[in-house]
Design a protein around this ligand. Sequence first.
Ligand code: NAP
Ligand code: MG
Length: 483
Amino acid sequence: MTDAKPMFINGEWVLAEGGATFDVINPADQSTVASVANGAAPEIERAVQAAHAAFREWSLLAPKDRGRILLAIQELMEERRDELARIVTLENGKPYEEAKKEVQFSLGYFGWFAEEARRMSGEWVASPQPGKRYWVLHQPIGPVAAVTPWNFPSTMVTRKIAPALAAGCSVVLKPASATPLTALAIADITQAAGLPPGVFNVLTTNRSRLVGNELLTHPLIRKIGFTGSTDVGKGIMEAAARQIKRLSFELGGNAPFIVFDDADLKSAVEGSVAMKFLRVGGQSCICANRIYVQRGVADRFLPAFVEAVKKLKVAPGFQPGAQIGPLINEETRAKVHGLVQDAVARGARLVTGGHYLTEGAYKNGFFYAPAVLLDVTDDMPIAQEEIFGPAAPLLLFDTEEEVIRRANATKFGLAAYFYTKDMTRLMRVAEQLEYGLVGANDATGYTHEIPFGGFKESGLGREGGHEGIEEYTEVKSVVINLT
Ligand code: NAP
Ligand code: MG
């Protein structure tokens, strides 16, 4: 195919050897958005060699000068925000207004880490003996392989590459095969902003097994940054063990959302609906997965929640007022529907939605009617697995102690939310939830300035905050003898 979109290696736009391509599909209508170069072993080798060759010079630049380029990237992304958002909606399906917010948020990582780069200082440690000095420094770890998912095609990329580049690392990014176009547009921007060739490379491919074998275990790659499912993460960790590769993982979640009797009900309803349905239609790792409602407030919370869900507008992303777009593909839609049907078979009550939308504007897309399930119990798969779609299981509880125990009874530990007006309870519950992100009367998620990451099987390491840049450094202690 001659009109295939090339990938970005060593500052050049290149096609795959042999001309292989794969298609990017618009999940709102299954039309082909673009054909993209389908990289394999030769492109992986070129990209790694390019990152390796570019690393030294980039790492030796003054942090302030690296920061200057990151700030230029941020500025260009902001100028081209609407164009990027259009690409996000085309390949991911999320509503255009939501895509604009995503791109606006994602570009902020370049600003935050441009500034953090200048604060990457070491330490001068007091010596226990005269005549010796101890100097501790943080150095960029080396070429990084980054692998990202499709649900936030812009944020997942910038949250990894901004800290890596700021620390002085070079990067080979393998974006999700469903959403490579946003990553390619970001590559174009990095080039326009003056990032030297080879410092950032985007390898597009749908051969993820090959990526595991050839890219992630390449001896010149010093660190893997992976965001995706826990199962794929485990496979990467096993393979990486052979070289003790450094790892940062952002994996799956199963977020509890707890509404106590004394919650501000209006904001608890708004927060739970937003955290369940209004982040990529529920296809986010921090989405509410189990909504726990204290029995004393159930009579008022449940009807208000159901009413709010019935008002949500499901529509193709470019339709004005769209709040929930299509799911990313049929596999995902079928999985969500399977969990809903299974819950009903086990005794849950479906009170709204919970079926495919196939008529009119929905005809060729992967649309699903937002579902609310009552009488759900902890043992149902819908409460145990990551739903990753627009279905809300509601569960009742009696006491604080009980709900904390139930909320923590999962292998995941990414995000949790709870609503209460009692400040002593707020502190108690926040401390006891075994999650990396806890929203207390808040359902807006993380921001650039704080570390984000998971407990338990939800991840390793942190992105954002001061911690985000440290993930891309090694710590060296220099022992100096002055005698
Ligand atoms: P996924 O299937 O694990 O894929 C993530 C990325 O890994 C994609 O680029 C994928 O390529 C690639 N990949 C798949 N199999 C691979 C393998 N064997 N070796 C190397 N790379 C491989 O996840 P997803 O379905 O795209 O995304 C949903 C998952 O990501 C959910 O579990 C969600 O919770 C998690 N997530 C976590 C966070 C967080 O911050 N913690 C954020 C977003 C998403 P292809 O695209 O070609 O399959
Ligand atoms: Mg997958």
